[in-house]
Design a protein around this ligand. Sequence first.
Ligand SMILES: [Zn+2]
Ligand SMILES: [Zn+2]
Length: 219
Amino acid sequence: MAVDQPFPPGTRRAPRPTEVLPCAACGELAGRGYPTCRPCTEFADRLWLVDWQALLAAEQVGAEGADERRLAEQVLAGEVGRYPWTCTDWAMSLVRCPACGAELGTGVMSCLRCRIADEARWAWDHAGRPVRMTGNEHALRVARTVLRAPHRQRETIVHGWRLALPFLLIGESPRAEQARRIRAYVLAKRYEELAECHSLAEMARLPGVPWRTGGPDGR
Ligand SMILES: [Zn+2]
Ligand SMILES: [Zn+2]
């Protein structure tokens, strides 16, 4: 386990799927049912879980017990870049917020502890990109964070990340131009049409974009 070097990367242990396929349980593209559809959730979380399991093994800690929770707290108390960002995320999902009782970082917007925890995690991305973390990995992290706490975001933001997740899981990232176009379609409430597409490029090519140029993105 490469915890002896700063900023050990995340999601690079498990091979990525090579194509986007429908989830047998919910019928959506695999990952899009996150986190309510169990197979979708396991499909996406697998990338995080293998990193966490490697850390458990390195620290000789068993899964699902008080020791695992202690390790989670140790990870969250550690300096930025000591552990893979995936382990920070996994640790947050194992720890309850002492103030509101929700999974740490996912509570109501008024919970200060959750806000601090949620904001603190992004320090890894600021320092670790682009070498220790790719754009795709950052996008995956944002997608999982948004979908685990959708009440903390605008609905259109949640829709955008839900649509993108299956493609992020196979390693794709939208180019800036594609992201802008897809966002415009989401704002135009064309989720159903977007959900039918089989690639990010196809989503960005839908006809009749209510085109927006420059300025605030109006999300
Ligand atoms: Zn599913
Ligand atoms: Zn909280």
